[in-house]
Design a protein around this ligand. Sequence first.
Ligand SMILES: O=C1O[C@H](COP(=O)(O)O)[C@@H](O)[C@H](O)[C@H]1O
Length: 237
Amino acid sequence: MTQNLNETLRVNGQQSRWHAFETQDSLNQAAVKRILTAADGAISKYGSFLIVLAGGSTPKSVYQLLSKEQADWSKWHIYHNDDRCLPVDHAERNSLMARQAWLNHVAIPQNQIHDIPAELGNIEGAKAYTQTLKGVRTFDLVLLGLGEDGHTASLFPNQAVDNSADAVPVFDAPKPPPERITISQNRLNNTHEVMFLVTGGGKQQAVDQWRSGVAIPATLIALEAGVDVYYFGVSLT
Ligand SMILES: O=C1O[C@H](COP(=O)(O)O)[C@@H](O)[C@H](O)[C@H]1O
């Protein structure tokens, strides 16, 4: 039997809270609300808000909604969980998508938007981003997507987990392009909150694997506080 429900699950040492939405729009609105609430909380506590963005197509409509919001943008610091080794202006760059959908339209200071320099290639770009992350405190909120094969950020199935630096090169990614850069598992876990955005039937198999205890990469993200999964268009079995 399949159902849409809200529930908490514990598998492979990861606690995940699953939040069901009836429409893509209601999920997007809830995600925006959660991001703005996290920002207000972090700014009151630390004077700044450190958010790590997911790439791919799923978060684009959330970013478009954020571009229309009022917020204390001067206190926001933007990072990316991964990017693809392509020219800066390539349509498949995660940084370009986030800028076009959101960041170009709000007053976040440019020096607080930290793109991964993936155009340098995966080895040099990862070194440079590790330097960018040096001394950066615990992130406030990490947004993550879920690939059809269970990957998250650019942590792919059947690849060794590399925690040797805060940002690491990825080779032979099964989803193009093969060369990428990702924030490492350990650094992604160094955050106060995690929100996965999971939408569309293409993600059903990965969701089923996740929930039945298969150690897909999404389960590498395991905060003590648990992670939240906002979902639409998949069913929980
Ligand atoms: O390649 C990537 O894929 C995942 C999932 O992307 P989506 O298009 O299925 O939403 C994404 O989270 C990651 O940042 C990206 O580089």
